[in-house]
Design a protein around this ligand. Structure first.
Ligand code: NAI
Length: 217
């Protein structure tokens, strides 16, 4: 089966790819060479037909009676996700959240390379986080001109988010991972934004508990 281009994969499949990549990566680490759609479905709590449908979108590595070749699948999904690109990434706001993200995320696994950390509080300048010295925002322009980072992680208060995002777009940022609790608005069509709200995820738990309580009543 011929491989399809990125553009022909639907958004709903793309959204599932990181999860496939994660599960397949774990299996490869454990030394598993191949897996049937049924086994993978069981591990991922999906149906085998969903797996076959999704994985067929980009080449269908499954063979009747053999299953999926996990290394090939991992490589292909990794290529689609761009996990080997090492996009230059900066983090803005070296507070509690920013430091935790910088320290605990293995950016290289996700196609990113953290090259700079900035904070408006000059008292923080020079102190190290994840091996990088925090820089003052006054150094942003010269740093961006020299390094041309493409991704910005925003860990700043919501009041500062939109103004900073506009400035970063003017400095060449093409993608935002935005934790600021403000859904920034970017009008440039070639700039992408992921607004992250951990609270949205935990609310799914409160919703589930609330609704199961209702059922019991
Ligand atoms: P924090 O107060 O510890 O850190 C914020 C840092 O941003 C400070 O070091 C401050 O000097 C710096 N800063 C402020 N304005 C700036 C600007 N214009 N340019 C550069 N640096 C600037 O706060 P914390 O706990 O790290 O949280 C950061 C933000 O993330 C808050 O808005 C918080 O509400 C949000 N948050 C979001 C979560 C999410 O799921 N999206 C989860 C937890 C926190």
């Amino acid at each position: 089966m011929s491989k399809m281009t990125k553009k022909s994969i639907s958004n709903s499949v793309i959204k599932r790819l990181p999860r496939y990549y994660r599960f397949i990566g774990e299996l490869v680490k454990q030394g598993t060479v191949r897996i049937s759609s049924g086994e993978l479905a069981e591990k991922m709590s999906l149906t085998a037909s969903q797996i076959r449908q999704d994985l067929n979108c980009f080449g269908g590595f499954g063979q009747q009676g053999y299953g999926y070749n996990l290394i090939e699948l991992q490589t292909e999904i990794g290529k689609i996700l761009g996990v080997k690109q090492g996009y230059k990434t900066v983090l803005i706001g070296a507070g509690n959240l920013g430091r935790a993200i910088a320290t605990h995320m293995d950016f290289s696994e996700y196609g990113c390379n953290l090259i700079g950390i900035f904070d408006s509080d000059e008292k923080k300048s020079g102190s190290k986080v994840a091996g990088l010295g925090i820089m003052p925002v006054s150094e942003m322009e010269s740093f961006f001109a020299a390094e041309q980072p493409q991704i910005a992680i925003l860990c700043i208060p919501k009041t500062a988010a939109q103004e900073l995002a506009d400035k970063l777009v003017s400095l060449g940022i093409k993608a935002f991972w935005n934790f600021s609790h403000y859904d920034i608005k970017i009008t440039h069509k070639d700039v992408v934004v992921e607004n992250v709200h951990l609270g949205d995820s935990i609310m799914m738990l409160s919703y589930a508990l609330t609704n199961s309580d209702n059922e019991k009543q």
